[in-house]
Design a protein around this ligand. Sequence first.
Ligand SMILES: C[S@@+](CC[C@H](N)C(=O)[O-])C[C@H]1O[C@@H](n2cnc3c(N)ncnc32)[C@H](O)[C@@H]1O
Length: 308
Amino acid sequence: MQDQAGEPRYSGATPAEASPPCRTAEAAAALRLWHTVADAEPAIFDDRAVHPLLGPGTRRMLALVPGSAWGLRALEGMQPELAGLRGQVVVRARFAEDALDRAVAGGCRQLLILGAGLDTTGLRRPELLRSATLTEVDQPTMQAWKRAHLPPATAQRTRFVPVELQSERLDERLRAAGVSDTAPLLATWLGCTYYLPPPAIQATLAALGRVAAPGSEIALDYWLPTERLQWRPRAFLQGVQLALASQQDPLLGLMTPDDLARYADEAGWRVAEDMSPAQLHARWLSGRRDSLSIPAFSRCARLVRAPS
Ligand SMILES: C[S@@+](CC[C@H](N)C(=O)[O-])C[C@H]1O[C@@H](n2cnc3c(N)ncnc32)[C@H](O)[C@@H]1O
């Protein structure tokens, strides 16, 4: 389906006329949408709803994808890691969405999206917002942009909490926004830990620990340090690192499973699940007819609030 400008049409919202200020958030969103256009069905995570939030340049580029799928596959045949980036973005989204669905089915009514970027939970799942509160946390400029570009009905039903996680008190902001420490919450924290230095990761887990009632959970993803990798994924991650650093988005918080377990323990959380790339592949990618893969540095974990 195409609109009059020849772009694929994914939702009724008016497309953005400028690009979001956070390029990594837009890139992650573009990869989720690209997945629904270029990869085999069924989609692991269907985020066609994000289309109007992408900048015009990215929407134009995505409009070319269906026609040039063969070119894409040829490129990925030479450089399979490219499909790994798309694979980890959609698999982490599915990992978090499954955790969210389980939490809501278990009675959780406080949903928190940390480092929300162009997350579309509110857009895609309006039924959730009838029974649960949705709170998005992000850097102030990114959040203001998104708030201005969401359909008003979705924006009105979302609580926006601008927080700079490297320097501001997340728990105070969450309490001020109405997040309660007497009921469990489910927080997702995707595509964000690796941009934060370890003290900010620790501070964020500690702040969440102070507002999270027993039964709360965090679903997050993280990337391994380069020295833990074989030469090929290490060279690829070093390339990603260079590319991001040149865009002023350096990777500051690569960590090992032991680091995560220690940070979680110090902050009152327990690692309930920590999935390796092989486990993520086995759960969501095995038997697929496309080139999706999981990079050797990408892991997803679920933390539960330890009893105090
Ligand atoms: C790569 S995007 C991921 C967005 C989304 N969670 C996803 O998976 O597509 C990283 C997000 O983390 C946010 N972020 C990065 N550093 C942050 C910080 N210091 N404080 C608050 N948010 C931050 C960015 O603004 C951006 O929205």
